[in-house]
Design a binder for this molecule. Structure first.
Ligand SMILES: [Zn+2]
Ligand SMILES: [Zn+2]
Length: 468
């Protein structure tokens, strides 16, 4: 066992990269006190436990998801994500022998650390086919736009891509270490999976990021493993009830129609993977005939989507929607787009750079236009400032935005009602740990499942380890 962070390749690191490595070691060192308390709680008499679960990251926060399941023969790492608070950080990991990785989905808070596992080493990584292609797009973009030195380069991404083993939903994969992995559709983004890990007469279900309702783009999650012995449950929207999807869609269409009737332009800053295409599908589903433009990384993600029909609820709807969309390719095209009433879909979803910020600086001064935010806006992002203060800083200081600003809750995560219903259905679980949410969200979900449904639920802490 050697600490992954320094196991090889260190001779080629420059000073900045060493600093970054120090940063993520400090940021993610396991908390001893919690680990001991948790071990004590679950250890009974002289019983020998065969399988353990360790929470390496993604606890009481969103970012750096990583959960390690180990037995005597090997280990399964569920996700290995990055966090982007200032500079990128990654979960601390002492690489066990006979390790394989199972990736729930392509988002960087789950996949952003994977290339680190290929700095001087190599492990098999299991994921769905579309997750492989989307992970490539997002990791290469992370590499391209990072303002910080990353502790990996293109060659580590290439080595990762070569070791990916594609899995099908609901088809179990048997590993040499005795573990069995089964992926189930999680309904969050195309290819997203809840992962069931079985070994030594015990089973652990990791929900990944999950959405239980149908959207225009995707089918809701399919989770048959309700008899799992242990569950890792995401908590993103444990404190929020989503409005019924149809109402949100109709309100979005009404506002868009109003703005266009006033000769205005609608800018939809949207995440490149899934949200941008979901908006295109909604406009198509409601037959809104309007010039529609797609820009930035959303084009690349759309190309990947079109190559993988089975992952979509209604592939024909997706294809029609993207066929009617004009893909903006150049600066001169961008200038033309801004001259007529239209809808522009462009990343980044929280206006943190990206092409959407460029469009906004042109559109913000005219009250006829509208900025329609369609995803969660993290505190401290330009999108959150726009929502709360009505201002945008295009590099010359914050300025009042005269265009209309609206928010539509097109979440790709289960809301409070769905999370409680899902959590309460794991009646046989002897451990349920809530993860992937603000501290209050993780704690509320665990407490409610405990007090109202009798589930042994705890909000996980980074460094916590439980024996199963
Ligand atoms: Zn996600
Ligand atoms: Zn996530």
């Amino acid at each position: 066992m050697s600490p992954l962070q320094f196991d090889s390749g260190s001779q080629v690191l420059n000073v900045d990269r060493l600093d970054l490595r120090k940063g993520f070691m400090q940021a993610s060192r396991p908390r001893r006190a919690n680990r001991c308390r948790e071990l004590g709680r679950h250890h009974q008499g002289n019983q020998t436990f065969l399988t353990s679960l360790e929470f390496l990251g993604g606890c009481k926060t969103i970012g750096r998801s990583a959960y390690l399941v180990e037995n005597k023969q090997g280990a399964v790492l569920l996700d290995y994500g990055a966090a982007f608070n200032g500079h990128p950080t990654f979960p601390a990991l002492t690489k066990p022998s006979n390790l394989v990785v199972a990736l729930s989905h392509a988002h960087l808070d789950h996949s952003g650390g994977l290339p680190l596992l290929f700095a001087g080493g190599s492990v098999p990584v299991y994921m769905t086919a579309i997750t492989r292609d989307l992970t490539r797009v997002l990791l290469e973009d992370m590499q391209r736009v990072s303002e910080y030195y990353l502790p990996f380069e293109e060659q580590e991404i290439e080595r990762l891509l070569r070791r990916i083993k594609v899995v099908e939903y609901k088809e179990p994969v048997e590993l040499d270490s005795g573990f069995r992995l089964t992926f189930y559709d999680a309904g969050h983004i195309p290819g997203s999976a809840a992962i069931l890990v079985e070994a030594d007469d015990t089973s652990i279900l990791y929900t990944g990021d999950i959405n239980t309702i149908n959207t225009q783009l995707l089918r809701g999650a399919e989770i048959p493993a309700r008899d799992a012995d242990a569950v890792i449950l995401e908590s993103t929207y444990a404190l929020t009830r989503h409005d019924p999807r149809g109402e949100v869609e109709r309100s979005f269409i009404e506002t868009t129609t109003e703005v266009l009737d006033d000769d205005g332009i609608v800018l939809v800053p949207a995440f490149s993977v899934a949200r941008a295409q979901e908006i295109a599908c909604i406009l198509n589903h409601y037959n809104l005939s309007v010039p529609l433009y797609l820009d930035g990384l959303a084009r690349e993600a759309s190309r990947v989507f079109l190559r993988h029909p089975p992952f979509f609820r209604d592939y024909q709807l997706l294809r029609n929607a993207l066929n009617k969309t004009k893909w903006v390719q150049s600066r001169s095209q961008r200038e033309k787009v801004l001259k007529e009433p239209c809808v522009i879909i462009a990343p980044a979803g929280m206006l943190k750079g990206g092409i959407a910020a460029m469009y906004l600086s042109h559109l913000m001064h005219d009250p006829k236009n509208a900025i329609m935010l369609v995803g969660y806006q993290v505190e401290g992002t330009p999108g959150r400032d726009l929502l709360e203060k009505g201002t945008f800083d295009d590099g010359l200081g914050p300025e009042k935005v005269k265009a209309r600003v609206r928010f539509f809750d097109f979440s790709s995560h289960a809301g409070q009602d769905q999370l409680l219903e899902l959590g309460a259905s794991f009646t046989k679980a002897s451990h349920l740990h809530t993860v992937h949410g603000e501290p209050k969200a993780c704690e509320y979900l665990a407490a409610t499942l405990r007090e109202q449904h009798g589930i042994d639920a705890v909000a996980a802490e980074t460094g916590m380890r439980v024996e199963l």
